[in-house]
Design a protein around this ligand. Structure first.
Ligand code: C2E
Ligand code: MG
Ligand code: MG
Ligand code: MG
Length: 289
């Protein structure tokens, strides 16, 4: 495909060709630069984690908190994960960054449990590179031992595409992880390459409906149909469902009526720093679901 692009660029004439290579070089240089910056960020402790509450729609209580990485760049300020996770994935650095997130999220959640006396589950996002890393299970075990968190308070979010590779291998791996008591959630459900026959075989616990389907409720009838259908399928398969990106009361009401189990979004709370999360738990300021 790169050859094809080059061919088309050449066809456009000399100028087009030069323009193309220049652009390519700029991109490669930019990637290299960010890779160096990410390495540096790990050493200099520039990463932090914010936590977004996930709410049980039946009881209104917090069912879990999702750990979301933040990069506090010394010059550029806060850099969003969408701007660096893909690059970290491409360079392989995501394995180290992901281990850092897993360890620190478990450590802080364990601390929060001790401070508040409440059972709190933490959901950590895994990237595809981490999921296919042969050391993943060892890393998880080490983190569990090191932080002392009970595995029933750990949830891992994976995406559909990670699960579609070698289904039998994936099923075995998920079963081993689950046998420790860890919860498995399929993130961004519906946005990827879902096959319902795979879904039936996969040992997962929760489906997280992609924000894309929630965003235009209640204006988009198709999105409402899709969302209620995902909820129904999940329940038929004995899975729980969470909707992400819930921003207003109409969306919440729709989800309640359609028996969605959990919800997450700015309507309930933005992602919070550890300190704010702690006040949140002790003050109980959560808008009732
Ligand atoms: P995600 O796992 O699907 O996380 C949900 C994203 O939606 C978060 O964006 C969250 O801040 C945002 N969000 C939550 N509620 C709302 C809402 O009501 N409206 C809107 N518009 N957005 C909402 P964030 O933190 O920027 O993260 C983006 C993505 O980056 C995540 O999507 C996840 O795929 C990835 N990511 C974040 N942290 C990590 C991490 O530690 N490891 C890995 N591998 N990926 C991560
Ligand atoms: Mg997620
Ligand atoms: Mg998501
Ligand atoms: Mg997403």
């Amino acid at each position: 495909n790169a050859d094809l692009a080059l061919y088309h660029a050449k066809e456009r004439g000399r100028d087009g060709y030069y323009f193309f290579t220049e652009e390519l070089n700029t991109k490669a240089l930019k990637l290299l630069h960010i890779e160096q910056e990410l390495r540096h960020a790990l050493q200099m402790d520039e990463f932090s984690i914010v936590y977004q509450p996930q709410v049980c729609l039946k009881t209104g209580s917090i069912s879990s908190i999702e750990a979301l990485i933040r990069w506090n760049h010394p010059v550029r300020g806060e850099v969003a994960p969408d701007e660096f996770i893909a690059i970290a994935e491409e360079t392989g650095l995501i394995v180290q960054i992901g281990e850092w997130v897993l360890k620190n999220a478990c450590m802080q959640t364990q601390m929060l449990q001790q401070l508040t006396g409440q059972p709190i589950r933490v959901a950590v996002n895994l990237s595809s590179r981490q999921f296919s890393d042969p050391n993943l299970e060892t890393i998880i075990e080490e983190v569990l031992v090191e932080t002392g968190i009970d595995p029933t308070y750990l949830e891992l979010e994976v995406t559909e595409s990670m699960l579609m590779d070698d289904i039998d291998k994936v099923i075995q791996q998920l079963n081993r992880i689950k046998s420790a008591g860890i919860t498995i959630t399929i993130d961004d459900f519906g946005s990827g390459y879902s096959s319902l026959s795979y879904l039936k075989r996969l040992p997962v616990d929760i489906l997280k409906v992609d924000r894309e389907f929630v965003r235009d409720i209640p204006d988009d009838l198709n999105d409402m149909e899709i969302t209620s259908a995902i909820i129904a399928i999940a329940h038929k398969l004995n899975l729980k469902v969470i909707a992400e990106g819930v921003e207003n009361i109409d969306q919440r009401d729709f989800l309640v009526i359609n028996k969605c189990d959990y919800a997450q979004g700015y309507y309930f709370s933005r992602p919070l720093t550890f300190e704010d999360l702690y006040s949140f738990f002790t003050a109980g300021q959560l808008k009732s679901a």
